[in-house]
Design a protein around this ligand. Sequence first.
Ligand code: PLP
Length: 423
Amino acid sequence: MTARPFGYSGGELVCDGVPLAALAAQFGTPLYVYSANQIAERAQMFQREFADRGHLVCYAVKANSAIGILKLLAKQGCGFDIVSGGELERVIRAAGKKKAEVCGRVVFSGVGKQPAEIDLALREGILQFNVESEEELDLLAERAAKLKIKARFALRVNPDVFAETHPYISTGLSEHKFGINIKLARKVYARAKGNKWLEASGVSVHIGSQIRSVEPFESALARVIALIKQLRKDGHHIRYADAGGGLGIDYGVGNFEPAKQVAKYAEALKRALGPLDITLLLEPGRFIVAQAGALVSEVLFTKKNGAKTFVIADAAMNDLIRPALYHAHHEIVPVKQTKAKGKKVDVVGPVCESGDFFARDRELAPVKRGDLIALLDAGAYGMSLASNYNTRTRPAEVLIENGKSRLIRRRETMKDLFAPELG
Ligand SMILES: Cc1ncc(COP(=O)(O)O)c(C=O)c1O
């Protein structure tokens, strides 16, 4: 488990030396546990590899939007990629007194930005709006004129590049809803040039998520760079090439070496950039937080139905939806180390859906009622996608910092859940 901060020590699963069983006893289950060290290290991998180029790592808030984690990344010098006004509010809370500085490192992506969200981002002076349609650009111009604040924008272009990943998280083909056809982009930039409230500052691209090979990133960025050269000739002062996020991790048990993967990714992007003098924006999410996190859960029951054995955990699809949504694989391990031979089981949650499973026909060490299990690599798109389905309260989140645990989000209560209901 080298790419993960979770491993066995003295027969117990620990995160950076802190036993998960003790955390479960203190904070209850289901519980998200994250390693601050690994999150910082992963952010630094990008910063190191791109140190010889003007760059800014804008962590994709959607991957894990816990304010405790945003604070940690802001301290690492990261900027942020947001997709809603709500995510900007989170960044502002994380930034504290450094609000102006941190907001100056924010890019705003997303296909459906609304006037109030645009206004907030304009007022906070974000670095750049990544605009995804002509109508959105018109709205941005209108809001900027109204507030008398110039809007820096990039068009998010759709490069029509295929990337091998799950169809739900592939975004760079012309059939997807994302971006503006790259062939039409020049015209749109030309049209914006006449508007004094708009300033074309960049070109952006994002081709999808959990992409393991680096070639598609290189192809997409090469197309962006060609467009930037053209736009500069057209008289636009383009300073930023935004390569998006999407670099994938290994959810299996392979010999994944994250530092080497980032080095390969950096080489590929630098090849696409060539000698061009430009600041590269990067929007990694998953790669920074996925392997830093695990979801700890207690076994409620085990039972047999026909030939199948089910392990019913107290965590469910509402806490971690990736297996149900994408058939995603998460390694599942017992918190107490055992040498006992594994048995094939389905690991499921209590939610009333057959889709509420974490693993099917998976070899798992024998577990019984009351035992703890951990779902690994759950730091990205875990808690940020959690819901209250079946009127379940969302888990607590704990951050391990230098061998100490800190509750960064308490478990929700029924009172929290019922607060907005008017009966
Ligand atoms: C525009 C944009 N940037 C960055 C990301 C982050 O992707 P990942 O977590 O795969 O790095 C996403 C995720 O879908 C995205 O839509």
